[in-house]
Design a protein around this ligand. Structure first.
Ligand SMILES: Nc1ncnc2c1ncn2[C@@H]1O[C@H](COP(=O)(O)OP(=O)(O)OP(=O)(O)O)[C@@H](O)[C@H]1O
Length: 226
């Protein structure tokens, strides 16, 4: 599914974070968003996940304008925010059941079994979330985002906190997901993650810019980040 945004605007109080954000995340592609700390990458992903409302602009899926993002985007996208979405006092198993109940519970539970194997979270099903390490909690968050089999993944610095083995496994998962026709929009400062992207967009002063192919990291940094 192709995700396109046009002229997205978002302000917090007097601060206009996104002035004119537009980009396309194509089907079967991993698209990266880069930019300095605080430029609005997470804000844009929250808007696309339907977690926050834009002040203006449009979101399109396969060319169709989404009229109610807070409802529709949650259906089509799996959102992996930087912060955890889990309830710390509940066990991993209870959190997963709660997430599975948002949608088709039986289908989600079937997928949960496979995802739990793949992301190796079964061993800590009985742990309370507050006792997990940051990396373990991240893995459970990733599984929650994938339970409803989304066609688009919105990932906000997804491999932060993961150990080296799991970073590699997440890379393999991303490659596999796009090979099967999924679309990924990923915000990152990590060269390893960005190397997975076929396209890069930079946010600078509230506007998006398509990063031309073939630029070195130094050129990208001086043009869009410094
Ligand atoms: N809920 C909020 N209320 C007020 N200001 C906010 C809110 N969320 C974000 N901001 C501000 O919006 C700007 C963009 O923040 P955002 O987290 O989107 O940046 P980012 O590019 O993801 O940064 P980083 O690379 O550090 O993760 C920042 O100045 C931030 O302080």
């Amino acid at each position: 599914m192709e995700l396109e945004i046009r002229d997205i605007q978002k302000r917090y109080g007097k601060k206009q974070v996104l002035k004119k954000a537009g980009l396309t995340a194509g089907k079967g592609q991993c698209t990266g968003i880069i930019g300095a700390n605080g430029c609005g990458k997470s804000t844009l992903l929250r808007v696309l996940a339907g977690a926050e409302k834009a002040d203006g602009g449009g979101i399109f899926l396969d060319g169709r304008k989404i009229s109610n993002p807070s409802r529709e985007m949650a259906r089509y996208t799996g959102y992996i925010p930087q912060e955890s979405v889990l309830m710390p006092e509940l066990t991993v198993a209870d959190n997963l059941k709660l997430w599975a109940s948002f949608g088709d519970y039986r289908e989600n539970l079937k997928r949960l079994a496979d995802l739990s194997d793949q992301f190796r979270i079964k061993d800590f099903y009985k742990e309370r979330v507050k006792n997990l390490s940051g990396g373990m909690e991240k893995r459970v968050n990733i599984v929650c985002a994938l339970l409803h089999e989304p066609e688009i993944l919105l990932m906000d610095e997804p491999s932060a906190a993961l150990d080296l083995v799991f970073k590699q496994e997440l890379k393999m998962y991303i490659r596999d997901f796009i090979q099967k026709g999924g679309s990924i929009l990923l915000s990152s400062h990590d060269e390893g993650e960005l190397s997975l992207c076929q396209n890069l967009w930079a946010i600078k002063e509230g506007e998006t810019h398509k990063v031309p192919e073939g630029l070195s990291i130094e050129e990208i940094t001086s043009k869009y980040i410094a």
